[in-house]
Design a protein around this ligand. Structure first.
Ligand SMILES: C[S@@+](CC[C@H](N)C(=O)[O-])C[C@H]1O[C@@H](n2cnc3c(N)ncnc32)[C@H](O)[C@@H]1O
Length: 202
C-alpha cells in the first residue's frame, strides 16, 4: 500500500481502524514511560490520526501535530475538537523540515511508529535536534525487530514488514550519528520499545 505522497516514509501508512486501539489501549502510559511531563511544549511528529496527540494535549502545555498527510491531520483535528482540547496546532509537512514547521523550540519531540521508514535517519535526528531546546528530548517508539508473523493483534500479523524493523542498537546508532545522546531505553509491551534521546545542553 502507498499513499503516493512525495517523501512519504515507507511502511508508515496509518492502519485500518480497529486494531490500533487494541494494540495501544493505554497511550498515556506510553507517554509517561518515555518521560513526557506536564507543562512541556511538545511536537508529535508523524502524528497520524491523533491517537497519541489527544493524550499529549492532556499532559502538555501545548502540542504541535506534524504529518505529511493533510487528511490525517483533519481526522486528528476533529478528534481533539470533539474532546475540547484547544492547546494543539496542526501542521502539514515533511519531517525533515521540522524546525521550520514547528516555529517554537520544543521541550520534547515524540515520534511513534514511523522511524522505521525514514531513509536518512541521521538527517531526521538533526532536523529534530534543530527543533528542540537545549537539553530537550526526542522519544522514538519503534516496533521490535521481530518477524512480522509473530506480532499479531486481534488474530492477525500487524505492523511494518520484517525487513523494515529496527533493533534498539540500530536506532541508537543512527540517532547518535545525528548528534543526540541516548538517555533512556524502555520496554513498551507487547511489541515495542521506546528510545529516548537528549540534545546537548550547549
Ligand atoms: C503509522 S502512522 C503513526 C501515527 C501515530 N504516530 C501513531 O502512532 O498513532 C505514521 C504516520 O507518519 C506519517 N508520515 C509518513 N511520512 C512522513 C513524512 N515524510 N513526514 C511527516 N509525516 C510522515 C504518515 O502520514 C502517518 O500518519
Amino acid at each position: 500500500m502507498s499513499t503516493g505522497l512525495p517523501g512519504f516514509f515507507e511502511g508508515t501508512e496509518m492502519p485500518t481502524a480497529g486494531w490500533w486501539e487494541a494494540l495501544w489501549p493505554d497511550p498515556v502510559g506510553v507517554l509517561v514511560a518515555v518521560g513526557m511531563n506536564p507543562g512541556m511544549e511538545v511536537i508529535d511528529l508523524c502524528s497520524g490520526d491523533g491517537w497519541f496527540t489527544l493524550q499529549i494535549a492532556k499532559i502538555a502545555r501545548h502540542v504541535v501535530a506534524v504529518d505529511i498527510d493533510r487528511n490525517l491531520l483533519e481526522v486528528a483535528r476533529h478528534r481533539l475538537t470533539e474532546a475540547n482540547a484547544v492547546n494543539c496546532d496542526f501542521v502539514e509537512g515533511h519531517a525533515y523540515d521540522l524546525a521550520a514547521l514547528a516555529r517554537h523550540p520544543a521541550d520534547f519531540v515524540f515520534m511513534a511508529n514511523a522511524f522505521h521508514g525514514v531513509p536518512d535517519r541521521p538527517r531526521l535526528a538533526r532536523a529534530v535536534s534543530a527543533a528542540l531546546q537545549p537539553a530537550g528530548r526526542f522519544a522514538i517508539v519503534n516496533w521490535h525487530q521481530r518477524p512480522r508473523h509473530e506480532t499479531t493483534v486481534l488474530g492477525e500479523p500487524r505492523g511494518p514488514k520484517t525487513e523494515l524493523r529496527l533493533s534498539p542498537e540500530q536506532t541508537i546508532a543512527s540517532v547518535g550519528a545525528g548528534g543526540l545522546t541516548l538517555s533512556a531505553l524502555v520496554e513498551l509491551p507487547p511489541y515495542h520499545y521506546g528510545a529516548v534521546f537528549q540534545r546537548p545542553r550547549a
